[in-house]
Design a protein. Structure first.
Length: 220
């Protein structure tokens, strides 16, 4: 919760309050979008009030210095861009936009949410956040760019993830298969932590990045 956004999984996660199959599956949305928007409205309020953490800002600074080639994020909050990162692959989409599953129109989220919940397209249909729901495929371009970054990097940083959600959790494997070393920054171990060519740094992302930035002389 470093940026004020609780994790979806785990203690006090959103899925403890809402059954993901009942509120975050594409079939649930198609069946009863008004019900799903009761959960989405809460999520949107949380995202709007969130600010980038020190880790977000550090990653953006490392990109600016030519050390980080790009970010692949499972998050939909746009905080990497807000922190200043330019090369960001949003693997699960972005909550910044809403889409119409009927006419394919796309709108800025805040603009439409301010008009009322559930937000509606000009065609009358209830809009859906431009994020990947359970039961939906990852966009082809996000997959392509993620695989490209994972296969071409010199070092893969795995930060703040349980590494349990497929297919995103296959990306570190792509790097490892290329012989690329992996540094994992997580409070708790994942199934990658004890793997060969993986160095697990135990701790929260911002605390660890404060140490990293001090070590390389870029602390702010």
């Amino acid at each position: 919760m470093e940026s004020g956004i609780p994790a979806f999984r785990g203690y006090q996660g959103l899925w403890e309050k809402y059954d993901p199959m009942e509120y975050a599956h594409i079939q649930a949305f198609l069946l009863d979008p008004e019900k799903v928007w009761r959960m989405l409205a809460e999520m949107m309020d949380t995202i709007v009030s969130a600010e980038p953490s020190y880790a977000h800002v550090s990653i953006a600074r490392l990109e600016e210095e030519g050390i980080v080639a790009g970010v692949i994020t499972q998050n939909v909050d746009g905080l990497h861009q807000k922190a200043g990162s330019k090369v960001v692959v949003e693997f699960h989409g972005s909550a910044d936009y809403l889409i119409c599953l009927g006419c394919n129109a796309r709108y800025p989220s805040l603009e439409k949410v301010e008009e009322g919940i559930p937000p509606k397209c000009s065609c009358g249909r209830i809009l859906k956040p431009d994020v990947v729901f359970f039961g939906e495929p990852i966009p082809d371009e996000a997959v392509r760019r993620s695989l490209e970054l994972s296969a071409s990097c010199d070092l893969f940083l795995l930060v703040g993830t349980s590494a349990t959600v497929a297919p995103a959790n296959q990306l570190p494997e792509v790097a490892l298969q290329q012989g690329v070393p992996l540094i994992e920054i997580n409070p708790e171990p994942t199934h990658f932590s004890m793997r060969e060519n993986v160095h697990w740094v135990q701790g929260g992302a911002s605390d660890v990045f404060r140490q990293i930035m001090r070590e390389i002389g870029l602390a702010s």
